[in-house]
Design a binder for this molecule. Structure first.
Ligand code: ATP
Length: 353
């Protein structure tokens, strides 16, 4: 319990101290469900399972080696879509997806020349602070927690730590600290903001933000996701007012609904297929404090925030920026802290981490 007012930096230090004293286990409830997909499973089946259990990613398990084999995520589905767009007819694509097995996803990445996602993992008993640094350092959106079975020595997938879970955990448990994060998000430089574009060959009025309109096709949006490594684009009208947000998970819904062949739908049509439990677009103003952002995270399902101009602006609702969960994590943990210590592992890719 904090008994005196803290400065913004003291509050950050207190949060880091909190994370150093907790492990990834603390973030999870005593009992939770984990969906693990066998690499032999067909993509179509995997998508059905994910839809059934309401998850957008799952760890992969290779039964023949009895080892964790990476993650199946929404980014993989985006890659599948792009692969089919380039190599097959729409009709062929739908039929192929039925037959495709999860272990072949990495071949698609090779064909598209996208780097395969590294086989990252962390031991669940490592301090949560280290796991957070690892999430930031590796730009991973999720970190599988892998333990060893003491009897067989084999790997056990415990769960997956996400930025969402960590930030929700902080928001729920550290209210007495986050209340002192009084500086505004724009002042702190948290997020990506519309700024002056000095590149004459780039006519994007929202530079450097990627945006779309209701008329943009889903395929073009999927291309932005993959090319720019982002998970959402604000949908704006011709005045720059934010109308909605299109996210990578929305593409999954389309694919699950069998609309693999209908990615030439425009955003307006695609949004009509959005799941009924869509949590809504969470917006904030550039003047909102980081403390206010944590209050939103506490009460809503926040996966990112769209920053819009407030009522005091000549154009209220105008797109100003985007704040992703990784932006908030970086603001809490810091940017480039060297990593070290056993138990945090990047297998087979960057051994130096
Ligand atoms: P996720 O949202 O999947 O958890 P993330 O937190 O890394 O992942 P991304 O949306 O992939 O979020 O954002 C990565 C970086 O790109 C962040 O710094 C964010 O501010 C920026 N960003 C997010 N959306 C856009 C966009 N539409 N245009 C430009 N930059 C963006």
């Amino acid at each position: 319990m904090i008994h005196r007012a803290l400065t913004h930096n003291e509050a950050l230090e207190a949060l880091r101290g909190f994370l150093k004293e907790r492990s990834s286990y603390d973030v999870f409830p005593v009992s939770f469900r984990l969906i693990v997909l066998d690499t032999q499973l067909k993509v179509k089946k995997a998508l059905d399972v994910m839809l059934l259990y309401g998850v957008v990613s799952a760890p992969l398990w290779n039964t023949s080696t009895a080892k964790f084999a990476g993650m199946f995520t929404v980014q993989d589905v985006i890659h599948l879509i792009q692969y089919y767009y380039h190599t097959s007819s729409w009709e062929g694509a739908a039929a192929d997806v039925e037959q495709f097995r999860l272990h072949s996803i990495r071949d698609i990445e090779k064909a598209l020349s996208v780097p395969p996602p590294p086989l990252l993992s962390v031991h669940p008993l490592r301090p949560l602070y280290d796991a957070c640094r690892y999430l930031i350092r590796t730009h991973a959106r999720r970190l599988p927690l892998i333990d060893k079975d003491t009897q067989t020595g084999g790997e056990v997938v415990i769960s997956v730590l996400t930025q969402y879970r960590v930030l929700k955990f902080i928001a729920m448990n550290c209210r007495d600290i986050t209340q002192y994060l009084t500086a505004s998000v724009q002042e702190l430089g948290i997020g990506t903001y519309v700024s002056k574009n000095d590149d004459p060959s780039n006519d994007n009025p929202y530079y450097p933000l990627a945006t779309a309109t209701m008329q943009t096709t889903v395929f073009d949006v999927a291309h932005m996701f993959s090319e720019q490594g982002i998970s959402a684009v604000p949908i704006v009208d011709d005045q720059g007012k934010v109308l909605n947000l299109y996210e990578t998970v929305d593409v999954i819904t389309l694919v699950r609904n069998g609309a693999y062949t209908a990615l030439d739908l425009n955003v307006s049509q695609a949004l009509k297929q959005r799941s009924v439990d869509f949590a809504g677009v969470v917006t904030c103003s550039p003047k909102d404090s980081l403390s206010a952002i944590f209050s939103l995270i506490r009460i809503r399902r926040v996966h990112r925030l769209v920053v819009v101009a407030g009522q005091d602006d000549p154009q209220p609702g105008r797109l100003v920026g985007v704040i992703s969960l990784s932006d908030i994590m970086r603001a809490l943990i810091g940017h480039d802290i060297p990593l070290g210590g056993a138990g945090v592992g990047a297998k087979g890719v960057d051994k130096a981490l």
